[in-house]
Design a protein around this ligand. Structure first.
Ligand code: NAD
Length: 264
């Protein structure tokens, strides 16, 4: 039977034109939520995606191209969504980028962009969306951290620092809203097959002169005991669960979805 438990709710998912964010938007739409899509990409393709999603799930879907590097655009996006839907009931902070380099060669602009998109944007979206959640005494905030929010890997200093920051931000917000029917949790995926990871696979193939299969098995899935990528659909269902009544007392956690990586 179809689950329309989020009917009448509105979910804003940053970075939802691709990968995990798109998968989460689809899962939340399937559960009945109206959707605010956000992210970079070809506007015509995004318009098609928006129309298709609305048609497929019978919900309202709008797109806002706010750049997660720009606090004013972020605030505007939340204000626009509230003007249309009343409240951003569900906020998913998902937009993220990656750059891999030894720290002594790490380009400063890449460091800053990763910190700003992966961490600082979460501060701005939460700050903008929380007052309306508080006013209605209901809300769900889901931050996409990473297994790299819990443990480190070499050459990912900016990403690991940003994702550990997301875990800390999640705990702090959770404590601040704990007495209301609002929760703030982080999801910590291991490697998920998305364009972000495909880009890294291609880089590693070049850097090590290895085949695609070798890179996937010997570099990426080495850390992941399941030896399998996490699928986008699994994360969508985790997000729907965190929005459900069963998860109302789950607050401030950083939930690993990584085939056992951080159990080691
Ligand atoms: P992706 O590259 O497929 O998607 C990233 C999304 O963020 C895209 O929609 C892109 O347009 C958007 N984005 C990037 N810069 C932006 C900006 N300045 N303003 C607005 N939007 C912007 O990546 P993904 O793999 O789906 O990753 C999504 C999130 O999940 C990220 O936070 C990532 O760190 C995290 N994550 C991914 C994996 C993985 O293995 N793929 C693992 C753990 C955590």
């Amino acid at each position: 039977m179809e689950n329309h438990s989020l009917s009448g709710r509105t979910a804003l998912i940053t970075g939802s034109t691709s990968g995990i964010g798109l998968g989460m938007a689809q899962a939340l739409a399937q559960a009945g939520a109206n959707i605010v899509l956000n992210g970079l990409g070809d506007l015509q393709e995004i318009n098609t995606l928006t129309a298709e999603m609305a048609e497929q799930y019978g919900v309202d879907v709008i797109y806002d191209g706010a750049n997660m590097l720009d606090p004013a655009e972020i605030t505007n996006m939340v204000t626009t969504a509230e003007a249309k839907f009343g409240c951003v009931d569900i906020l998913v902070n998902n937009a993220g980028i990656q750059y891999v380099s030894a720290i002594d060669e790490f380009p400063e602009d890449k460091w800053q962009a990763i910190i700003n998109i992966n961490l600082v944007s979460n501060f701005h979206t939460i700050k903008a969306a929380l007052p309306a959640m508080k006013a209605q005494n209901w809300g769900r905030i889901i931050n996409l951290a990473s297994a790299h929010g819990l443990v480190a890997s070499p050459y990912k200093s900016a990403y690991v620092a940003a994702k550990h920051g997301v875990v800390g931000l999640t705990k702090t917000v959770a404590l601040e809203i704990a007495e209301q029917q609002i929760t703030c949790n982080a999801i910590c995926p291991g490697y998920v097959r998305t364009p972000l990871v495909e880009g890294q696979v291609a880089d590693q193939m070049k850097a090590h002169n290895m085949s695609r299969e070798q890179v996937i098995n010997d570099i990426f899935l080495v850390a992941q005991p399941s030896k399998k990528f996490v699928e986008v659909e699994e994360l969508g269902q985790v997000a729907v669960f965190l929005c459900s009544p069963a998860a109302k007392s789950i607050n401030g956690i950083s939930l690993p979805v990584e085939g056992g990586w951080t159990a080691k």
